[in-house]
Design a protein around this ligand. Sequence first.
Ligand code: CIR
Length: 292
Amino acid sequence: MTAYGSQEMSANLKRVLMRRPGASLASADPAKWHYGPTFDGEKAVRQYVEFARLVEKSGAEILWLEDKGDGLADAMFTHDPSLMSDHGAILLRMGKPLRAGETALHEAAYKKAGIPILGRIVAPGTVEGGDCIWLDAETLVVGRGVRTNEEGISQLTEMLDPHGITVLGYDLPLWQGEEACLHLMSVMSPLSRDLALVFAPLLPASFYQLLKEWGITLIEAPADEFHASNGLSLNVLPVRPNEVIMVAGFPKTRAAMEAAGCTVETFEADALCIACEGGPTCLTRPVLRRAE
Ligand SMILES: NC(=O)NCCC[C@H](N)C(=O)O
């Protein structure tokens, strides 16, 4: 099956590219990778099993990449090295130099699955998938920051404009510095077409205004849980509109989403997500999302 296509963030997740962490993560040097004090490679591998079980339970087909010890510890965060469109996959160029080798893994996986490549970001451009949010099928918002630069956004614009897609770039704050991971998706998780979980203090102000203009209801992520989780309380994965998977341990954030009509599943991820600076959305590269 070669099905692909995704120009939205919360329609039913039908197919997804994921990489099971193994030897590379288990032996990662936390100082080199900027992993936090709760990092424990073996525990992270175990926590991932539970996350994968939740994705499988949702009914999504998983295209698996395996970690056979190539040293690419961050490669489990498959959201970032490529982006999917209805016209094929876009191979990205990572802003974090340690992650440069991951794009080739995605390219090989798409080739094997028979999924066409629409284009690729080339030097000096950089774009990471976590900085890209489809507001609708014709509008891609991209965060400009440490990981994604202006040149990368220009290349995306040239690639997508012929398909009737507008690319809008917004400056991200520096927050915890150049070594840390702050993507646009670190401060906003779309939950359905008109509902999103946000941490407004770190959103680009004019993007916040755009979301309001578009009539998107914003759930404010409780600040104490956002900070306690290194921002990961906010990174939630919709497997269907308003049906999400989140990291366990953030009851106020969970209750805020439930009060807005969401169903929430959780998994323990102190060693996997909080330590490694990436949540459930980052652990998945949607290949096919469809309303039906
Ligand atoms: N989309 C995401 O927010 N991905 C998280 C990536 C975390 C990884 N340790 C990184 O620094 O790139």
